[in-house]
Every structure is written in C-alpha cells, then in structure tokens.
Design a protein around this ligand. Structure first.
Ligand SMILES: Nc1nc2c(ncn2[C@@H]2O[C@H](COP(=O)(O)OP(=O)(O)OP(=O)(O)O)[C@@H](O)[C@H]2O)c(=O)[nH]1
Length: 368
C-alpha cells in the first residue's frame, strides 16, 4: 500500500483538492467525509493551505483538521512577493503539520500558477520538502485564462520558473484556457475542470497501487516523469458505450483528451498508458498496435491494464513533454505583460510630479 500526500495551495489548489476528496469519499452529501470511508486503496493524506480563510471554509469535502490557515488579510491579492513572506513566516507550522503525518512514497502539490498564495507557496514548499524528505514530489499546476490580466500572466511565468528550480520531480500542466472549451459560465467551467483533474489524479493513484494484469507502478511513473523537459500532462478517455479499445486509446491521446494543449506524437518524450475495464475489451492486438505507433514517435511507452469486470473501458495517458509550443506562446505574452507592468510602474513613479503639484499648497489653508 502506498502512502500518498496531496496538498492543495491557494484557492484553485484548495478547490481541486476538495473535488478529489469529493470523488474519494463519494457524493453522499456534505457529511460524507465524517461517515464514509475513502475510496483509496492507498493511505492518502490531504492538506489544504491558504492565506484566505473564506477559501478554506468553502471546502465541503476536506476535513477541518486538513486545512491550514496562514493568515494574511483575505489572500495576498496576486502578489507573489507578499506570498513568499507569508510562507516564510508560517513555514514551521506547515512543515510540522506535514512531518507529523509520517513518511510518504510520493506527494502531489496542486496550485494555480497565477494567483498570489498558491503560486508563491508551492515552489517554496517543494524546496523545503525536498531538503528534508526523499520521496518524489510532483507539482500539478493550473495555467490561467489568457485574458485574466497582466499580473496573472507574469505570475504564471515566474511561478513555473521557480518550480523548475525548486527541485520538484516534475510539473504536470493543466490549462484553464485550453480546458475552457468545456463551455458554460466561469463557475461551471471551474467545477468541470476541477472534476477532470480530480478524476485523472484518482485514476493514476488507483493504477499505481493496483494489482494489474499488466503492471505499471510508481517506479515506472517516476521514470516517465523524469523524461523530457520536466513538464508533463495527462490525457483521459472513458467510453460511454462499447467501442474498440484502439479508439479509446486514440481519444485519450488526442488533444481533446489532454489537460494541456499538446500533440502527443510530436511533443511527448516518454509516456505511460493505463487501461481499465472488462477483460473482453482489452484486445492485445489493438493495444499493441496503438502502443507501437506511439512508441515509434516518442520512444518509451509503459503500459498497464487494470481488469474491472463489467466496466466499459477507460484509458489514462501520462506524457512528459520534450517541447511545448503552447508554453512558448504563454511565455511570449507573459513577457509583454511583464514589460507592460514595468512601464506602468515607471509611469506611476514619474507621477511623483503630481505630488510636487500638491506640495505647493503645503502649510496653506483655504480663505473664504
Ligand atoms: N481550474 C480552476 N482554476 C481556478 C479556480 N479558482 C481560481 N482559478 C484560477 O486560479 C488563478 C487565480 O489563482 P487563485 O488560486 O485564485 O489564487 P490564490 O493562490 O488563492 O492567491 P491570492 O488569491 O492572490 O491570495 C486564476 O487563473 C483563476 O482562473 C478553480 O476552482 N479551478
């Protein structure tokens, strides 16, 4: 049995963590977390961390003991410098909470790249953990809608850079911009995206701790994640009716199945394909030909099969990326955003002239 730690930082991280706990506890109302057993086979511990107490209170499926408040007004207002100070001030409290839970085999830290709290806490937390613990730690990072503004874009660019330098064993990308194809209003888009991420992560945990017909384990996952440029994404497809397994695999590898826009056959460096469902769907010829096609483009492909009687087939793919065109696009607009913010600051600084204008009436009173 694996010991797994999942941390959600900031509002986005908290909400995705709550979606994971909802899936894991089942959806039998808001008291489910007190009444029912988690669905995990592994020993999974979850922790939500936030500067904003309201974000923590909003969580419905995460136990109170699993929520850490590091007080700072109602969040740090997308200011990563403030976030870094708050983390430093609360580091001992956070690390003690994690340490008291014992040792782990693997950890995932979930955050948005673009807010203030999660995006500044996550790289610092991972750096701290890597200094003290020897288990692999993966960041699951949500990129912003591109129209959310210059501060979010510049935060995303610096957060990803900090994460790469933090010692994280890999960064799994999910992209709000790409996933907004789900449609609906912002709230339902967030919920839809959070559910997608939660479902994929739970499938992965299930696969890493399962008795499989064909095995992929934590060692294989680590090898996949150590390939490429340290970036990864996850694809998934669930058949709604009987369909050939080759089509399910193709869909899980298609851009529509991914959490981040990528062409698996062009940009992936290593991959893991996990199939789940009734034995009757797992045609070895079809599976082999799909895996062969992918491995001829990307090199190593690990495959695993979990047999679940009477279940329609589902496929999860983990891809590490060698290149990421969409990330280059994001950095191009982030550079524009950083320049824009710098020029605005310079303009505001030069507005000190306005102060000079006001200072002309210092010490004077109006006469009527
Ligand atoms: N997918 C998804 N994205 C979210 C959600 N909530 C916020 N975001 C995105 O997260 C980014 C903002 O980061 P937050 O997580 O809200 O910020 P924070 O870490 O709490 O930091 P501060 O609020 O600045 O203290 C924006 O790009 C939002 O679109 C959510 O529930 N799901």
């Amino acid at each position: 049995m694996l010991n797994i730690l999942i941390i959600g930082n900031g509002q986005c991280g908290n909400r995705i963590l709550d979606a994971i706990n909802r899936e894991a506890f089942g959806t039998k109302g808001r008291f489910a977390k007190y009444l029912s057993q988690q669905k995990y086979k592994s020993n999974v511990q979850t922790i939500a961390i936030n500067t904003a107490v309201n974000d923590l209170k909003e969580m419905k499926f995460t136990k109170a003991k699993d929520r850490i408040h590091t007080p700072h007004l109602h969040g740090v207002g997308a200011n990563r410098n403030v976030g870094k100070h708050v983390f430093e001030d609360n580091k001992t409290l956070i690390m003690k909470n994690i340490h008291d839970r014992g040792d782990f085999d693997v950890a995932f830290v979930i955050t948005s790249a673009s807010g203030g709290t999660g995006s500044s806490f996550t790289p610092m937390l991972i750096r701290e953990l890597k200094e003290k613990c020897d288990y692999p730690i993966y960041a699951l990072v949500v990129l912003p809608f591109r129209e959310e503004g210059t501060l979010y874009l510049q935060n995303a660019a610096f957060c990803l850079k900090d994460l790469r330098e933090s010692g994280a064993d890999g960064i799994i990308l999910a992209d709000n911009q790409f996933l907004k194809q789900m449609g609906g209003n912002v709230e339902s888009a967030y919920n839809g995206i959070n559910d997608m991420i939660a479902k994929r992560l739970l499938f992965l945990l299930d696969a890493l701790d399962s008795e499989m017909m064909m095995v992929t384990d934590l060692g294989d996952f680590k090898t996949v994640m150590s390939g490429g440029a340290g970036l990864a994404t996850i694809g998934f497809y669930e058949a709604e009716a009987e369909m050939p397994i080759k089509s399910v695999i193709k869909n899980a590898l298609s851009p529509e199945g991914m959490l981040f826009s990528t062409d698996a056959y062009q940009e992936a460096s290593r991959s893991m394909i996990i199939l789940k469902g009734d034995r009757k769907y797992m045609s070895i010829d079809e599976v082999s030909s799909e895996v062969e096609q992918l491995s001829s483009c990307v090199g190593q492909v690990f495959k695993g099969i979990i047999v679940r009687n009477d279940e329609l087939p589902q496929v999860l793919t983990v891809l590490t990326l060698e290149s990421a065109m969409e990330l280059e696009n994001l950095y191009a607009i982030a550079v524009e955003a950083i320049n824009y913010e710098r020029q605005k600051k310079e303009r505001v600084d030069s507005m000190k002239e306005v102060d000079r204008a006001f200072s002309q009436i210092n010490g004077m009173d109006p006469s009527y």
